[in-house]
Design a protein around this ligand. Structure first.
Ligand SMILES: Nc1ncnc2c1ncn2[C@@H]1O[C@H](COP(=O)(O)OP(=O)(O)O)[C@@H](O)[C@H]1O
Ligand SMILES: Cc1ncc(C[n+]2csc(CCOP(=O)(O)OP(=O)(O)O)c2C)c(N)n1
Ligand SMILES: [Mg+2]
Length: 356
């Protein structure tokens, strides 16, 4: 039976409970998991190690009054898995560092916030076949003394370690002039659902389980699609859409020293984004698709002549434009409108430390 966590017994008990729940699923790449000073991972022969880390910070990446705890856990792991996917790599182990105010470890009606966070994280870990191999646990300091409304903020950092066949990682820097640009799934859904949550958080409080139709609360990292694309050896460059298409495509252009043209008509827009426009919440669904972020779809490029299937692992793949040579002061990304006119596409996605 799965254990649940009670705060009374402190850090040791929290770790013991997490340890008892941490799966040992995966391809046998974990030699030693939770319990020692370090975990020991064993990558397959002929593979290189890839590592990514991402912070999930309360009030920045989630809100306790908007996001069910299961979603916070799912999204925390999904962000790291999506980065591994974007490199064409497979996960070996996940490392979770958490700082929590004490009330989030106390059980109410059977489960604490942390129990439910782990339910969400471990369900996705199970599905992706990645063991929780370690982490760190700390108490977040009280802010009440400084007149704050709550005792402290929650933060979780996820580190994912994966492996990829030597020399086969998909890089941001491999795009070449003449490549076609592709994106998996559709865009703008995560931003649209977040808008809906902000308007009526109570409608989303029951979204406890990983389920389709919740692009923000339960995004599906594209690990399988990426590993199929990478094994075909035809992909020149890749990134995942975390900050927004306009910003993430600019990262590819910058790292590859190229420019890009994308067709507004060809961009697959999520139905929730179209609905947000119909409901008058945003001026344009295309704006959400271009700049929304957190869709965790794959954005990649391949030479023009390469046949990319329209559907990979049951997910649609859309050609949205082409990579072109960078010329002088020309804007690095241009958007071709329906009438054929082109406009410069500025990076309008998420950026920390900017006035948003
Ligand atoms: N505080 C930091 N210290 C060192 N490297 C960092 C730091 N923050 C980001 N990076 C590195 O900068 C690069 C871009 O990061 P980021 O834009 O966050 O990528 P992603 O969208 O994949 O998370 C990555 O190589 C990342 O490891
Ligand atoms: C409460 C709340 N407000 C706003 C957002 C939207 N948001 C927060 S961070 C972010 C961009 C992605 O986060 P970042 O830390 O830049 O991830 P990375 O690119 O490093 O993977 C977006 C769209 C959110 N998820 N939750
Ligand atoms: Mg990052």
């Amino acid at each position: 039976m799965k254990q649940h966590i009670s705060h009374e017994s402190g850090e040791r008990a929290l770790i013991a409970a997490i340890r008892s729940r941490a799966g040992r699923s995966g391809g046998g790449g974990l030699r030693l998991g939770i319990g020692d000073d370090c975990a020991i991972l064993r990558p397959p022969a002929g593979h290189e190690i890839v590592v990514t880390t991402d912070l999930s910070l309360e009030q920045v990446h989630f809100r306790r009054d908007w996001h069910p705890p299961e979603s916070v856990g799912h999204r925390c792991l999904a962000r790291g898995l999506s980065d591994l996917a974007a490199m064409g790599s497979k996960p070996l182990g996940a490392f979770l560092s958490i700082a929590l105010p004490p009330e989030l470890t106390i059980r109410e009606k059977g489960k604490s916030w942390l129990d439910r966070f782990l339910d969400g994280l471990l369900a996705l870990a199970d599905q992706a076949g990645v063991p929780l191999a370690g982490g760190d646990t700390a108490q977040s300091p009280s802010l009440a003394a400084r007149g704050g409304m709550q005792s402290g903020l929650a933060a979780a950092d996820i580190v994912l370690v994966g492996s990829v066949k030597q020399g086969r990682a998909l890089l941001r820097s491999g795009a070449r002039a003449g490549d076609k640009i592709y994106v998996t799934g559709n865009l703008g859904g995560a931003a649209a659902e977040l808008l809906a949550i902000g308007r009526h958080p109570e409608k989303f409080a029951g979204a406890h389980k990983m389920q389709a139709g919740h692009p923000h609360l339960f995004p599906a990292p594209r690990i399988l699609i990426a590993s199929r694309l990478a094994s075909a050896r035809r992909i020149h460059s890749a990134i995942d859409v975390s900050d927004g298409l306009s910003t993430d495509l600019a990262h590819i252009c910058e790292e590859s020293g190229v420019a890009a043209e994308i067709d507004a008509e060809a961009i697959p827009i999520h139905p929730l984004a179209l609905q947000a426009e119909l409901d008058g919440w945003v001026a344009s669904a295309l704006g959400l698709a271009l700049h929304g972020g957190e869709d965790y779809e794959l954005l990649f490029t391949a030479a023009k002549g390469v046949q990319i299937p329209r559907r990979v692992a049951s997910v649609e793949v859309h050609a949205i434009g082409q990579i072109v040579a960078r010329r002088g002061r020309r804007p690095s990304i241009v958007l071709r409108q329906r009438d054929g006119k082109t406009t410069a596409l500025e990076s309008g996605g998420w950026e920390h430390f900017s006035a948003q």
